[in-house]
Design a binder for this molecule. Sequence first.
Ligand SMILES: [Zn+2]
Length: 309
Amino acid sequence: MVAYTALNRTALTREAGISMATIPARFTLGNATVSILRLGALQARLADWLRLDPAAWPEAYRDAFAAPISVPIQCVHLALSGRSLLIDACHPQLLAHVGTPDPDAAASPGLRDQLAAVGVDPADIDTVAITHPHFDHYCGLIDVGAAPAGDRLLFPNARHLLGRADGEQLQADLANPATPVGRALGLVDRAGRLDLIDGARDLGDGIRILPTPGETPGHQAVRVESGGAVLYILDDLYHHPVEVAHPDLGVHWADPVATAASRAQLVAAALAERALLIAAHIPGVGRLTGTADHARWEPRAPAELVPAG
Ligand SMILES: [Zn+2]
C-alpha cells in the first residue's frame, strides 16, 4: 500500500552536484505526499550517547557501539489537501555547532534547495512543527545573515508550533538574539509567529501533534492519518533501533521516566495501527514488528512504499 520514489535523481544530481544520499525521498500515504529531507549527518558514539560500558552493549548491536556511526538529520515535509507542513528545520552547514558532522554528509544541500527539489516554496508552508528546541531541529528556521539583524524567516507565512513546556523554559534565551535559540526561534517569536502547544493538538486534515516528553519536557511527535494509513514522525523519541529493542536504554540527556511512558504509548498505538515511522536520526522509514513487550524497528525498503505521483 505504500512505494517510494526517488525524485529525478539523475537530473537533480547533475544540476546541483549533490550526492545521491542527500536527495529527498518521497512516498504517498493515502492522500498525503511525504518527503524526507536529509539535512546532513552527525558522527555519533552510541556508547557515549547511551552511557553504556562494553559489558552492557546488547549483543545484536555490538558493531553499532564499537565505533562511531553516522546518524542522519531528517526533516519531513507533508503535502495534503492544499496544506504544506514541515516538521523540524535543520541547516546542514551549522551542524558543527552541535557535534561532529559526518564528513561524507557535510555537503548536504540546505532546506531551501531540498524543498525546491520536491516543488515546495517556503513561502507556501503554513505550519512548521518544531519537535523540540535542540539546535539540529530548529537551526534551519532562518536564512542566516551576516549579523542577527540581517537574518530572515525562511517560512515567513507559517505558524511555528513548539511544546509549551519547552518554550516556557526558554523565555530568557528567546528574548536574546545573541543565543542560538534567540537568533532562530527568537526571530520567529518576535515576528509573532511562534505558538506554544499544550498537550495534543488537532491540526486538521488528519494531522495531529502528540506530546511525547522525554528528550525534552515539551518534545512532540506528529501523527498523520490518510486513506486508512498512519504515519508517526517521532523525531527523538528514538535515536537508534537499539532503543526500540531495549526500551530501557536511552540517551543520557533525556528523562528516562517520561521517555519510557511516551515510548509505551507509541509502541501500543503503532503496532495496532501498523503505522509507518520516521525518526529524525534513524535513516529512512520504519515500522514496528513484534509485541508491545518485544518490539523491533524494521526498516521499510523503498519498494514497499507507494511512489509519490
Ligand atoms: Zn535530534
